[in-house]
Design a protein around this ligand. Structure first.
Ligand code: IPM
Ligand code: MG
Length: 361
């Protein structure tokens, strides 16, 4: 009997539907080989949900996600929704989804594919062999801290406020995920903070240092975030696993993405204590190329592979997808964002067909 998984499918906005279609086709193609069955349950999120039902995260969507084994999300957002009040913006839907599912741990791997080494704006010798993991705290910090808002002061001036706050409990639980992750990798963990200025970072550093006693096999170091950003482009190979707060992780994971040549290559996994994980590309909805069959679907496909590995415990199926991708890159096929001399330019759909062909070989 095949193992059946119920997958909530949130295609979202912009290039979301195109890249999601490719990922679902790849999953359908791989299923019989590993005796899997997928039931894909589509649900609305982001701008698509705003247009259809007037809010970026309908209750029905959250419910669908909760009742699934995993959630696949493509991308949300677009300029047409940018002027809506904050509670109605697509991004608010994504944040509510992360919070609603308790997904406090966001894993963002950045691995350089040798085939794409010339697609990066950095020198090949700097990025060759880069293989790092950013563990980003996802449901706390300045993204969620109170108070927040735009207030009017006594003198009648407007004042914008956000609060960066972490409890020791929140730091410890992301810290444990990070130590466990580092343990399965090269055993090196770099904690990134701004402890030279921020109290919240001082607590972060103190807790990570205390936790490290429980993980003597993991080497813990600390960097200030400005230095970490610099080191990521200067000498990225020094990093194995990075753990950091929500905002710093947002920024550093985009930098890490560019080491690999294109943000179109980076998947992510968001996990909680229990319940379904959420798997989505690091990139956004790229409204400028939406609907033109130009998008790179590989980060979405790799997110589906992460879902198999981390969400459904099907590592062999995940590996088969990753190998198919390597094969297609070896054959020289590239979407526009990865294009370099001597390669063959393909669209989103065609890239998907090539992956499926490679899977059957
Ligand atoms: C990301 C994105 C989101 C974030 C946005 C779309 C809210 O940039 O997943 O990195 O800031 O977390
Ligand atoms: Mg981001």
């Amino acid at each position: 009997m095949a193992t059946t998984y119920r997958i909530a499918v949130l295609a979202g906005d912009g290039i979301g539907p195109e890249i999601m279609a490719v990922a679902l086709d790849v999953l359908r193609a791989i299923a019989p080989r590993f005796d899997l069955e997928f039931e894909f349950v589509p649900a609305l999120v982001g701008g698509a949900a705003i247009d259809a039902v007037g809010e970026p995260l309908p209750a029905a969507t959250l419910e669908t996600c909760r009742q699934s084994d995993a959630v696949l999300l493509a991308a949300i957002g677009g300029t047409q929704w940018d002027s809506l009040p904050r509670h109605l913006r697509p991004e608010t839907g994504l944040l509510a989804l992360r919070a609603g599912l308790g997904l406090f741990a966001n894993l963002r791997p950045a691995k350089v594919f040798p085939q794409l080494i010339h697609a990066s704006s950095l020198k090949p010798e700097v990025i060759a062999g880069v293989d790092l993991m950013v563990v980003r705290e996802l449901t706390g910090g300045i993204y969620f801290g109170q108070p927040r808002g735009i207030f009017t002061t006594e003198t009648g001036e407007q004042r914008g406020v956000n609060t960066m706050a972490y409890t020791a409990t929140e730091i410890d639980r992301i810290g444990r995920v990070a130590f466990e992750t580092a343990r399965k990798r090269q055993g090196k963990l770099c904690s990134v903070d701004k402890a030279n200025v921020l109290e919240v970072s001082q607590l972060w550093r103190d807790r990570l240092t205390a936790l490290s006693k429980e993980y003597p096999d993991v080497e813990l170091t600390h960097l200030y975030v400005d230095n970490a950003a610099m080191q990521l482009v200067r000498a990225p190979k020094q990093f194995d696993t990075i753990v950091t707060s929500n905002l710093f992780g947002d920024i550093l994971s985009d930098i890490a993405a560019m080491l690999t040549g294109s943000i179109g290559m980076l998947p992510s996994a968001s996990l909680g204590e229990s319940g379904p994980g959420l798997f989505e590309p690091v990139h956004g909805s790229a409204p400028d190329i939406a609907g033109q069959d130009k998008a790179n679907p590989l980060a979405m496909v790799l997110s589906a592979a992460m879902m198999l590995r981390y969400g459904l415990n099907q590592p062999a199926a995940a590996q088969a997808i990753e190998e198919a991708m390597t094969a297609v890159l070896d054959q020289g096929y590239r979407t526009g964002d990865l294009m370099s001399e001597g390669c063959t330019l393909v669209g989103c759909r065609e890239m998907g067909n090539l992956l499926i062909k490679a899977l059957s070989q």
